[in-house]
Design a binder for this molecule. Structure first.
Ligand code: GMT
Length: 384
C-alpha cells in the first residue's frame, strides 16, 4: 500500500508512535509518505520512507502563519503525485480535518484513518472553541481508532458519538526496547553509585504530567532509601520543578537531562519509572519502561490501568496521593526480588500486548477494511 502519515514531528508520544508505525509499515513493504512541518525526530532511514515538508509562507496580511492551509494543500498534492491509497492522520484536529479537506479536493478514492491520542479530548475539555471542529473531524473519518479503550469510551461520551471507535494500543519494538547489560552503559555510575537506587521520569513537562508531585514523592523516598532521580524531557513546567527541587534542597540528588533521543540506556540503569500524570490516554513511556524491565509507578487515570497491571508490573495510585506513591515506591526499591519480578512481568506484558509484532498487523488489517469499503464516505461529509 501507499500510505500518507500526518503527524506532529516533535517530541511526544503521538509523533513517536506515528514515526515507529511508519517505519514498520515501510519494513513490511509498504510505501510510506510522512507529511509534516518538520522531519519526525525519531525517523530512521528506510528506502520505502519519504518525507514531504509543509512550508508555510509568511504573508503580512495573516497575523498567524497559515499552516493549516499549507498542510491541506500539501496533502492533496502528495495524494495526487504519489497516488496514495490511504491517509493515516494522528489527531482529529488539525490533521484529520486537513486530510478531509484535501481529499475533497482530489479526484480519487483514498481511505482515511484517524487515530485519537488523547489531547484532542483534553483540548476540548479545556476550551469549548475546539468542540465543533473536533467533533466534525471525528464524525467524518471513515476509520477511527483510539490508543486505549478508555479514550475510545471518553471520546464517545464527550462528543456524543454512536459509531464504534476501534481501540488499537500503542506499541514498542521489543527487539529494540530491551534492558541493556550494565557493562554496555559507560555512563551508569555518573547518575548513581552502586549503592543507590535510581528513579526515572520521562515526559514533556506539561502541567498535566504533575512532575512537581514526583519531587514531593522523591523527597519522601530518599529519606528512607538512598536514591537519585533522573528527569528526562523539557517543557513548560520545568522551571517550577527546578524551584521545587531547590526548595527541598535536593539539587545533589536530582539530575535534569533535558530531552533525549535514545532513552534505552537510561531506562536500563533505572530501578523504577514514575508517571504521576493527571490525564493520560495511554502513556507510551510506560511500555518503553516495562520493555526495559523497569517497574512502573503511575496514576490510575485514563488508559494507564489497561497498560500497567497493579501489583504485577508496577503499582497504581490516585492522582496527587503523594504519601501513597512514596510508600509504593519504597516498597519496590527496598525489595530487589519484587523489583526484578515486576520488571520481568512488565516486559512479558509488553511482548504479549503492546509489541510492534502484535499491533502493526492490526493497523494494516484496519487499513484494508477502510480502503475496501468506506472511503467514499470521507468525501461526502456524511455523519455516521
Ligand atoms: O501527553 C503529551 O503531553 C503528549 C501527547 C502527544 O501528542 O504525544 O501524548 C498523547 O499521546 C500519546 C501517544 O498515543 C499517549 O501515550 C499519551 O498518553 C497522550 N497524552 C495524554 O493523553 C495527556
Amino acid at each position: 500500500m501507499k500510505i500518507g502519515i500526518i503527524c506532529f514531528p516533535s517530541y511526544g508520544g503521538s509523533g513517536v508512535l506515528a514515526t515507529e508505525l511508519g517505519w514498520h509499515l515501510a519494513h513490511l513493504g509498504n510505501q510510506v509518505h510522512f507529511i509534516s512541518y518538520d522531519q519526525p525526530f525519531r525517523l530512521k532511514f528506510h528506502e520505502n520512507i519519504f518525507y514531504h515538508p509543509v512550508n508555510t509562507p509568511h504573508y503580512d496580511l495573516f497575523p498567524f502563519p497559515p499552516y493549516y492551509l499549507a498542510l491541506v494543500n500539501k496533502i492533496a498534492q502528495v495524494v495526487e503525485e504519489q497516488d496514495l491509497d490511504l491517509i493515516h492522520a494522528h489527531y482529529a484536529v488539525p490533521h484529520a480535518l486537513a486530510s478531509q479537506q484535501a481529499l475533497a479536493m482530489v479526484d480519487r478514492e483514498v481511505g482515511l484513518v484517524t487515530t485519537l491520542h488523547g489531547t484532542d479530548i483534553t483540548l476540548v475539555g479545556n476550551n469549548e472553541s475546539f468542540f465543533r471542529t473536533t467533533r466534525y473531524a471525528i464524525m467524518n473519518s471513515p476509520g477511527l481508532t483510539a490508543v486505549s479503550c478508555d479514550l475510545a469510551k471518553l471520546t464517545s461520551e464527550v462528543f456524543d458519538i454512536k459509531r464504534p471507535i476501534k481501540c488499537i494500543y500503542n506499541f514498542v519494538d521489543t527487539r529494540e526496547y530491551q534492558r541493556m547489560r550494565p557493562e554496555n552503559i559507560p555512563c551508569r555510575l555518573r547518575y548513581r553509585s552502586k549503592e543507590e537506587k535510581l528513579i526515572i521520569h520521562i515526559s514533556n513537562f506539561r502541567g498535566v504530567k504533575r512532575v512537581e508531585d514526583l519531587i514531593e514523592v522523591f523527597d519522601r523516598v530518599q529519606k528512607k532509601v538512598s536514591a537519585r532521580l533522573l528527569l528526562i524531557g523539557d517543557g513548560p513546567s520545568r522551571d517550577s520543578v527546578v524551584a521545587r527541587v531547590r526548595e527541598k534542597r535536593l539539587e545533589n540528588k536530582v539530575v535534569f537531562l533535558g530531552a533525549q533521543d535514545n532513552v534505552i540506556p537510561l531506562l536500563s540503569i533505572a530501578d523504577l519509572m514514575v508517571l504521576p500524570s493527571e490525564k493520560e490516554a495511554f502513556g507510551l513511556v510506560n511500555i518503553e519502561a516495562m520493555a526495559c524491565e523497569v517497574p512502573v509507578l503511575a496514576t490510575e487515570v485514563g488508559g494507564i490501568p489497561e497498560v500497567v497491571s497493579h501489583g504485577e508490573t508496577g503499582f497504581l495510585a490516585r492522582v496527587g496521593d503523594i504519601e501513597k506513591m512514596a510508600e509504593l515506591a519504597i516498597e519496590i526499591l527496598k525489595n530487589p526480588d519484587l523489583q526484578k519480578k515486576m520488571g520481568l512481568a512488565g516486559r512479558q506484558r509488553v511482548i504479549d500486548n503492546f509489541s510492534s509484532d502484535r499491533i502493526v498487523p492490526l493497523y494494516l488489517d484496519y487499513y484494508q477494511e477502510i480502503k475496501g469499503g468506506q472511503n467514499r464516505k470521507a468525501k461526502t461529509n456524511i455523519n455516521y
